[in-house]
Ligand binder design. Structure first.
Ligand code: FES
Length: 254
């Protein structure tokens, strides 16, 4: 759906990372963890292309949250919106994470801003109360991890930072074998380098591992083919067929 959503609140949650709540009841009601929105980040079609952003949270009062890094002109424009401003939003789009009913133990792996859709997934799973959820929550520096209290309380959170300033000093892939053993399903969102490393890990072999891909997008609707990737099942569009894929299906370009 294409809507105009009013900004409810906006704050810098971590350095260079913004949390924006929009008033969008229809999207909040329809959204599934792992789906995304295409946001027009400017006035008068400048910049021309919308920005794809993962849905970070929803709430029962019709709020939809986006968590995004301010990395260019479009996201800077979005970061400057204040309560009452209007944002042009298309979505929810794409296919999100698929959680099996029989999965009891679930491992989530977030690298950097990859926490955005995984927080939504963790919240949904712990709401149902049927799953044990462990979240490996990693970033380059401790200050880039979500602040305490911003993640669902019932989830076991393991903080990791590359500089050791918060939690364990390591990458998520360094400690995955400690946590993956019991997991019936694994869900990840982070940089491609993390996925490539995960694809080599013995502890994940034979497990269902779903990863959310970040590709450049233009239309977000499967029409322009800008986001095409190679998989064992043929060429796929990240926006329409994903952004969530089975890790074992992805054929990485060399
Ligand atoms: Fe156009 Fe995916 S962004 S096909």
């Amino acid at each position: 759906m294409l809507i105009k959503a009013n900004v409810r609140s906006s704050l810098e949650l971590m350095p260079g990372t913004r949390l924006l709540w929009l008033d969008a009841p229809a999207i909040a009601a329809a959204a599934h963890p792992g789906q995304f929105l295409m946001i027009r980040c400017g006035e008068d079609h400048d910049p021309v292309l919308r920005r794809p952003l993962s849905i970070h949270r929803t709430n029962s009062s019709g709020g939809v949250a986006l968590l995004f890094e301010v990395v260019g002109r479009g996201t800077r424009w979005l970061a400057e919106r204040v309560p009452g401003d209007c944002v042009d939003v298309l979505g929810p789009l794409g296919n999100g994470f698929m959680v099996r009913d029989d999965a009891r133990d679930v491992l989530l792996v977030a690298g950097g801003i990859g926490i955005a859709p995984l927080a939504f997934l963790a919240e949904k799973m712990t709401e149902e109360g049927k799953k044990r959820v462990i979240l490996l929550h990693g970033a380059r520096r401790g200050e880039l991890l979500l602040p305490e209290g911003q993640l669902p309380g019932a989830t076991t959170v393991v903080d990791l930072s590359e500089d050791g300033s918060r939690g364990r000093r390591c990458l998520a892939t360094d400690v995955m074998d400690e946590y993956a053993g019991e997991a019936d399903q694994v869900f990840a969102c982070g940089p491609a380098a993390m996925y490539r490393a995960m694809a080599e890990l013995e502890c994940l072999k034979g497990k269902s591992v779903q990863v959310s891909l970040e590709e450049r997008m233009a239309c977000g609707l499967g029409a322009c083919y800008v986001c095409t990737i190679r998989t064992t099942k043929g060429l796929k569009q990240v926006c329409r067929d994903g952004p969530v894929f089975e890790l074992a299906d992805i054929l990485w370009e060399r």
